[in-house]
Write a new protein. Structure first.
Length: 373
């Protein structure tokens, strides 16, 4: 049994490299020159909501400062409340939709909500306990947000309801497209200026996420929102000095040798072209190892690449270890991460099945144990 297997008691686990996490956080903080909102939504992009938040909170010794250098971004009030229960004291912004019935929870626990529609604004105005909130602007991505033409009405409704937003934000649809991004930023500035002229202070202004932070040095931001980059990856698979934070591991549970010409797995989709030594791994698509990796995925065993044979099953995957000497029961297999000189990144896995690193990471089953190293 590998010494890195936590207590020798689990078949698959995810190691969180805190040094890489801290390096990535400081990298973006220095690059942007403004505070960072660490995006820990969706179980911290699969890395563990409370684990990542607690680690990062150690980098912010004064969370109650008037100008905190670390915020947390979540999708839901449920995630936000869990962070508060775990003792996280930094500012938390909920970016997703919040049911009006949860406004009181947000107010009691000092959680900032997003208001992105007039219905949301009116619901907030009717609430007995009003939490702090940021306004979301639709500058061209066309998901959440008030459209530019709605700003005069928004100003009127904010005044009528006696509401004071603590910030305004938007989101680049495609940060790599300079023309589209400049147009979005221009719209953001126009809307922000109109709200400012109407008398709203707007101490928090944020638009750039990971890609935008790298590519746009537009003035006026008071914060950047870092998600994928925090975990060591860049959009579109670009390379950088960032360190991937998660290494996903499992073990060889069984070994067998099967004759040339035999077929493997459900639906017998793969025919063996040689006498093959196979390792059976106790993971499958339930754990987040995508079924699309059937017959094309790879894992690392003893520092070598081992190809997936046949269908990825719900709880088991077969790989070819014929050319890898010394493989034994209990040998460590790396699904995402580094082993020896080889590395399989979430972006590489994503490319094989036509998706993004975001999906590969966030789909790592939240029940899998996360440990720090």
């Amino acid at each position: 049994m590998s010494a890195s297997n936590p207590s020798g008691s689990v078949r698959t686990w995810i190691e969180i490299n805190k040094r890489s996490l801290f390096f990535n956080y400081e990298y973006f903080r220095k690059l942007a020159g403004v505070p960072v909102m660490a995006m820990v939504k969706s179980n911290a992009y699969g890395h563990g909501l409370t684990l990542v938040a607690r680690l990062l909170a150690t980098r912010d010794p004064n969370p109650h400062s008037p100008n905190p250098r670390l915020w947390f971004g979540v999708d839901s009030i449920v995630e936000a409340l869990r962070l508060r229960r775990e003792g996280i004291r930094q500012p938390i912004l909920v970016l997703g939709y919040t049911l009006p019935g949860r406004y009181a929870d947000a107010a009691r626990h000092n959680i900032i909500l997003t208001v992105s529609s007039f219905n949301g604004l009116w619901s907030l105005a009717r609430a007995r306990q009003r939490p702090a909130f940021h306004i979301k602007l639709d500058t061209g991505m066309h998901r959440q947000g008030f459209l530019p033409g709605e700003i005069p009405e928004l100003i009127g409704e904010l005044r009528r309801c006696g509401l004071e937003p603590g910030g305004v934000y938007s989101h680049f649809a495609v940060a790599e497209n300079q023309t589209a991004s400049r147009a979005q930023y221009g719209i953001f500035q126009q809307c922000r200026n109109a709200l400012g002229k109407a008398g709203f202070a707007l101490p928090s202004l944020h638009m750039a996420a990971t890609g935008g932070t790298f590519l746009h040095r537009a003035p006026g931001y008071t914060m950047v929102r870092i998600g994928l980059g925090l975990y060591g990856y860049l959009p579109n698979g670009r390379r950088s000095a960032l360190g991937p934070v998660a290494t996903w591991k499992t073990l060889v549970g069984e070994l067998k040798t099967v004759a040339k010409g035999e077929r493997v797995g459900y639906d017998l989709t793969e025919r063996l072209r040689r006498k093959t030594t196979m390792a059976i791994l106790p993971i499958g698509y339930w754990h987040g190892f995508d079924r699309g990796l059937s017959s094309i995925g790879e894992v690392l065993i003893r520092g070598r690449r081992a190809k997936v044979l046949g269908r990825v099953s719900m709880d088991m995957t077969v790989v070819d270890v014929t050319g890898i000497p010394g493989v034994r029961i209990g040998a460590e297999a790396v699904l995402i991460g580094r082993q020896g000189k080889e590395f399989i990144g979430a972006d590489e896995v994503a490319k094989k099945i036509g998706t993004t690193a975001y999906e590969i990471l966030t789909r790592m089953n939240p029940l899998i144990r996360r440990i720090t190293r």
